[in-house]
Structures are given as structure tokens and as C-alpha cells.
Design a protein around this ligand. Structure first.
Ligand SMILES: CC(=O)N[C@H]1[C@@H](OP(=O)(O)OP(=O)(O)OC[C@H]2O[C@@H](n3ccc(=O)[nH]c3=O)[C@H](O)[C@@H]2O)O[C@H](CO)[C@@H](O)[C@@H]1O
Length: 504
């Protein structure tokens, strides 16, 4: 551990000596904690970070004025579709995806370092449960989908295979996530195949370029954005771990989409057969202001323009057919080859430009009193996971159906959209549709047959409550054998035990 003097000298070089202004009055414990927090901050990098943050803030916020003229929708030859295309291609993609999974060449990588501020919970979002009959959390649903896709690939190809699960956490989420997985016995996955690693943190900075002290003994730090992935991959030798396991293709996804298809064979197969090094799943945007990035081209180069960086006028533009011109909504599901990730970590990461978020950051004033600001006072700098798209040699986008694959949990129930109720409904509506398609009928509490409603408005509750364990079906497959021509009383949970009981 460096001495206080060394650390003070380093901070001086970075122009950030004020971070030690209460150090002398701290008890030994808090003082050691503060010094430990400051020690890893490289003076040059810290100084540069603070200068860049202040400079970025000095430019007018909001979308760059010239952006609209440089934007174009993604050309059709870069797009594939899971639903509108011909079933034969879909089968081929799926077969290819399963084949690669069976060869142990596919991994999933979860971005789980975010703080879930909008949802308003103090624990990692993956530990949230939206009130399903089974009470499963997002992490459990994801773990079970991994187990099922391994099983399906294994059965199809007559082998046993593994889809390793890499989980990027942050200082906020690593401890509780690791604890939660242990408590739940890794949801019956082999712990050797669940690899957690931590992204870096960066200090929040005032508008005049000073790192913020949140308490006398603590610097205000925030994760460096989900594009912190690329530094974290290098910091923790994750690509080397992938190489040792023979992983060639990585499905990167965000934690909060309750319908996420981990290692989706159709998406993987599509990207592999198209020879892509980088891909993104998209859905049609639901409305112009929807907070999703748009996959498009800037100066002819594929890119995601984030919802915070597109102007409302551009977001509202219509195509000749009447739909939104920028309609390809990013759902934070990306495909990368390991080779591409290697190039990113070695060559391109330093070229990624951080994005600026101006936030209310609690701080201590000159007298050391804690202050909760009422107005934004601090700058957080973040990199975005999709900022590497322009470096891809062959980028493809893959459009999927929203009702089958996208219902994000962003907000608390007080918001109208993307909240625990909408996520729960989306999952239950999907499972109800799958059950009807497989020939099930549902009865109400008094035994009367319930009406069938195969298509529901997005806000509607399905006529019957039916939840299907991912261990029984990954994307609606194989349900006829349990459900065909049978009647079930709502609520109905089809888990592994129930499935065994129903097996002819
Ligand atoms: C930058 C980015 O990808 N934006 C996408 C993200 O937006 P959105 O703004 O919703 O992104 P979030 O802040 O929810 O973060 C997305 C994911 O990244 C993780 N995370 C975030 C910050 C961080 O430092 N570390 C970290 O791992 C979160 O835990 C989460 O799993 O999802 C939307 C779909 O739901 C997309 O339309 C947006 O284009």
C-alpha cells in the first residue's frame, strides 16, 4: 500500500488534491479506506478523465446538430429477420446455431454492472422477481434457459455441451450477485462455467473538472458504462479463458429483458452463416420516443445511435410506407466473434469516445456536510457496448418479434411502461400463446372453459395464467406432448415435475 504522501503527490499531479482535504481528521479505518480507493487511480489517467469530462460538458448537450444529415437507415442487405423470412432459412440458421453450441463454441455474456437506478432497487436487477407464479428471478430464468439450450443442442447433435456464462459486474453488483448465485447453488449450473468479473469504476466530476467527494472518506465513483466491457475483458483475461474453452462466438445481453433468449441458436446461426463478426438483435420501435437506441448508419457506417443522442424530430421521421424511418430498435443483444473482441481490446478500445451523462451526485461541501443536490451537479462518463460496431468488418442486424423477445424491466410500477407488471404480463402472455398453440385449453376456477385469446393487446392480461419453466421449453418447442388436447385449471405452472407427470 502506498503512503499518504505518495498518494497526495500523485493527486497533485492530477490536479485532484482536494480529495484528501478531510483526510487528517479521519479515524484510521475510514482514512485507510479512502487511501485504498485513491491508490489505484493513475495520476495521468485521472487528470485526463477530469479534464475530458469538464470539456465534454462545456459543449452543448443533446444530439450533435449535424447528426441528422449524416444518418441513414441500415440497408436491407445488412438485415435478417426471424419472423418475416422464409421458414426454410430460419431452420437452417437454427440448425447452424445448435451445431455451434454443441461444439462448445458459444458463450453468453451478461452485462450486469448497472445500478438499476430507474427501477429503484438497491440490489442487482437480476435478483429482481416480477411476481411470476413460480417467483423466479431474472437470474434464475436466464440460468434455466442456458440449461435448456445446452440440452436441446446436445440432443440434436448427440453430445453433451456447455454454454459458459460470463457475468460482468461492478463494485455495486459483484458481492450481492456472487452471494445470490451461491445461495441458489448456481441454479444447478456448474460453478466452473459461471465466470464473474468486475468492470472499472470512474470518479464523477464537477462541471469545473474536480472529482467529487461523496463523503469525507469516499470518492463518488460510478461504473464506466456497459462499454467498460472491453477494458474489463482485458483486465481479467476473459478472452484467454474463452480461448481455453474453445469459445468462438459470444452472445452479449443486458440483464433486464425478461424474454431474452440466451445463446439464441437462430440469431447465432444467422450471424455465423452470414460470416458476421458483429451483430445486433433489433425489434421494431414501438413509438418514436421509446428509450431504445436505433441501429442505423452514420456516414455510411453501421452504428447504434442512443435514444439520448437522437433528436425528437429525427426519431419521428417517417419512411415512405408510413412506418418510422429509424425503426430498428436496439435491444442490447449483441453477437461478437471472439476474434473481433480480441481486435477491440487490442486496437480499438482506446478509440471509443465516452458519452457524457449529467447527474445529481451527492457530495460533501467545504465544511464536510453531506449535500443531496436538487439540480444536476456532476458528470459521469460512460462508454457504450455498441460503440464498437463501426469497427466491424461485417456487421449484421437481426429483427425479431417484440412480443416473443423483448420486454425490458427498467422502471418501477409507478411508470406506465417497462415495469415489473409489463414484464410479468409479457412472459405470461407468451407462455399462454405457446400453450394454446400446443393444443391446451384452460378452465377457470369453477371449471368453466375460458375463452381463447391467441392475440392480446400488449397491455392485456391473458385469459388464463400459465407459466412454463424454461427447463421444459426454451422458445415454445416440444409442448404438444404435455398439453395437446388437455384441459388445465388456471393458474397452471408447467415445471419439470408437472411435465414428468404429464408425459404419456
Ligand atoms: C448503452 C446501451 O447499451 N444502451 C441500450 C440499453 O439502454 P438502457 O439505458 O436501458 O441501458 P441500461 O442502463 O439499462 O444498461 C443496459 C445493460 O448494461 C448494464 N450496464 C450498464 C452500465 C454499466 O456501467 N455497466 C453495465 O453492465 C446494465 O446492467 C444492463 O444490463 O438497453 C436498451 C434496450 O433495453 C437499448 O435500446 C439501448 O440502446
Amino acid at each position: 500500500m502506498a503512503s499518504e504522501r505518495d498518494i497526495r503527490a500523485r493527486l497533485q499531479r492530477a490536479g485532484q488534491e482536494h480529495l484528501l482535504r478531510f483526510c487528517a481528521e479521519l479515524a484510521p479505518g475510514p482514512r485507510a479506506a479512502l487511501l485504498a480507493q485513491l491508490e489505484p487511480l493513475e495520476p495521468e489517467a485521472l487528470g485526463e478523465h477530469c479534464r475530458r469530462a469538464a470539456a465534454a460538458r462545456a459543449h452543448p448537450s443533446g444530439p450533435p446538430p449535424e447528426l441528422a444529415a449524416r444518418l441513414r437507415p441500415l440497408p436491407p442487405e445488412r438485415m435478417g429477420t426471424a419472423s418475416g423470412g422464409d421458414p426454410q432459412s430460419r431452420r437452417l440458421w437454427e440448425e447452424e446455431g445448435f451445431h455451434q453450441i454443441a461444439l462448445n463454441k458459444v458463450a453468453v455474456l451478461l452485462l450486469a454492472g448497472g445500478q438499476g437506478t430507474r427501477l429503484g432497487v438497491t440490489y442487482p436487477k437480476g435478483m429482481y422477481q416480477v411476481g411470476l407464479p413460480s417467483q423466479k428471478t431474472l437470474y434464475q430464468l436466464q440460468a434455466e434457459r442456458i440449461r435448456r439450450v445446452e440440452q436441446l443442442a446436445g440432443e440434436r447433435c448427440g453430445t453433451r455441451c456447455t454454454v459458459p456464462w460470463y457475468i460482468m459486474t461492478s463494485e455495486f453488483t459483484l458481492g450481492p450477485t456472487a452471494e445470490f448465485f451461491k445461495e441458489h447453488d448456481f441454479f444447478h449450473l456448474d460453478p466452473n462455467n459461471v465466470v464473474m468479473f468486475e468492470q472499472r469504476m470512474l470518479p464523477a466530476v464537477t462541471f469545473d473538472g474536480r472529482a467529487i467527494l461523496e463523503r469525507k472518506d469516499k470518492v463518488a465513483m460510478a461504473p464506466d458504462g456497459n462499454g467498460g466491457l472491453y477494458c474489463a475483458l482485458a483486465d481479467h483475461q476473459i478472452l484467454e479463458d474463452m480461448e481455453r474453452r474453445g469459445v468462438e462466438f459470444v452472445h452479449v445481453y443486458c440483464v433486464d429483458n425478461i424474454l431474452v433468449r440466451l445463446a439464441d441458436p437462430v440469431f447465432i446461426g444467422f450471424c455465423v452463416l452470414r460470416g458476421a463478426d458483429c451483430g445486433a438483435k433489433v425489434v421494431e420501435k414501438a413509438y418514436p420516443e421509446e428509450p431504445v437506441g436505433v441501429v442505423c448508419q452514420v456516414d455510411g457506417v453501421p452504428q447504434v445511435v442512443e435514444y439520448s443522442e437522437i433528436s425528437p424530430e429525427t426519431a419521428r421521421l417517417r419512411a415512405p410506407g408510413g412506418g418510422l424511418l429509424y425503426n430498428a430498435g436496439n435491444i442490447c443483444n449483441h453477437f461478437f466473434t471472439r476474434d473481433f473482441l480480441q481486435r477491440v481490446t487490442r486496437e480499438f478500445e482506446p478509440l471509443l469516445k465516452p458519452h457524457v451523462a449529467v447527474k445529481k451526485v451527492p457530495y460533501v461541501d467545504e465544511e464536510g456536510n453531506p449535500v443531496k443536490p436538487l439540480k444536476p451537479n456532476g458528470i459521469k462518463m460512460e462508454k457504450f457496448v455498441f460503440d464498437v460496431l463501426p469497427f466491424a468488418r461485417n456487421f449484421v442486424a437481426f429483427q425479431v418479434l417484440r412480443e416473443e423477445e423483448f420486454s425490458p424491466l427498467k422502471n418501477a410500477d409507478s411508470a406506465d411502461r417497462d415495469n415489473p407488471s409489463t414484464a410479468r404480463r409479457a412472459l405470461l402472455a407468451q407462455h399462454y400463446r405457446w400453450a394454446l398453440q400446443a393444443g391446451a385449453r384452460f378452465l377457470g376456477p369453477h371449471g368453466a372453459q375460458l375463452p381463447e385469446q391467441p392475440s392480446l393487446p400488449s397491455s392485456g392480461e391473458p385469459a388464463a395464467v400459465c407459466e412454463i419453466s424454461p427447463l421444459v421449453s426454451y422458445s415454445g418447442e416440444g409442448l404438444e406432448v404435455y398439453l395437446q388436447g388437455r384441459e388445465f385449471r388456471s393458474p397452471f405452472i408447467l415445471d419439470e415435475n408437472q411435465a414428468r407427470a404429464l408425459q404419456p
